[in-house]
Write a protein that binds this ligand. Structure first.
Ligand code: HEC
Ligand code: HEC
Length: 194
């Protein structure tokens, strides 16, 4: 094949990919997700969804007191710290059997921020850089930066302060891994309008 022919073949091969991307970029994200859940999640690389059998055990064990945070919000070193101190876990006893602890630690480290390619995880890693690994997501510079536009008064609902650690209080589709700004509703305040 000469160079011209190689180019032609390349263009023919790539054109369907390019057009799918354009169509996707054009369509309403929600509409698309309803029709093609899996595909659009794959397409949206910033989605924090983690699926599979291991994740259901994680959700069961670590989602009973609070939202089961997606492992991609913290680096591996942070998850090791969290999992090594479960008997004194933020003032609660969240101890598990050795087997469960190993199982969940394995799940967390395999899906930790440095192993995911999504934009959120990359920003998390970058925001921690050489600092000590945090044991809270809400303590990372990434988290603080994303939430610093929320005025303190917005955080009160009927006199009660909304805790940032309850991600799903505001991110209506947090459990599906969707944290984008169009799917936020703050209790007592309403939809977030940037
Ligand atoms: C017995 C209840 C309980 C269980 C079970 C539990 N936690 Fe927690 N967890 C807490 C409390 C209480 C806090 C502090 C919440 C706050 O400050 O608003 C917390 C906070 C956290 C935070 C920090 C959240 C932030 O502020 O960024 C992480 C991370 C965390 N838990 C991980 C886990 C993991 C992993 C498991 C499962 C091994 C787990 N938790 C199981 C009670 C629990
Ligand atoms: C009090 C309501 C509230 C709570 C609770 C909350 N968030 Fe947010 N979050 C927001 C708002 C509002 C924004 C958008 C801020 C903006 O537009 O600049 C946001 C933005 C984000 C973003 C950036 C999304 C993007 O596409 O840029 C991420 C990621 C995120 N939050 C994760 C979390 C996690 C993880 C938790 C729990 C540990 C959490 N949030 C808890 C209100 C909240």
């Amino acid at each position: 094949m000469n160079v011209k022919k190689i180019w032609l073949v390349l263009v023919l091969l790539l054109s369907p990919i390019v057009s799918v991307e354009l169509v996707l970029a054009d369509r309403d994200e929600h509409e698309y997700e309803e029709e093609h859940g899996f595909f659009s999640r794959w397409y949206r690389s910033d989605s924090m969804l983690v699926e599979g059998e291991d994740s259901s055990r994680y959700r069961e064990e670590c989602g009973s007191c609070h939202f089961p945070y997606q492992p991609g919000f913290l680096p591996e070193a942070s998850w090791r710290l969290v999992m090594s101190g479960l008997e004194e876990h933020f003032g609660e006893n969240a101890e598990l059997s050795d087997y469960e602890t190993d199982f969940i630690l394995n799940y967390l480290t395999q899906n930790a921020a440095e192993t995911l390619k999504g934009e959120i995880s990359r920003k998390v890693i970058w925001s921690i850089r050489s600092k000590q690994p945090p044991i809270r997501i809400t303590e990372t510079d990434f988290f603080k930066h994303e939430h610093d536009e929320i005025a303190p008064r917005v955080l009160y609902n009927n006199g009660e302060k909304i805790q940032f650690s309850n991600c799903d209080s505001c991110h209506t589709r947090a459990i599906q891994g969707a944290f984008n700004e169009h799917e936020i509703e703050i209790p007592g305040y309403g939809p977030w309008d940037d």
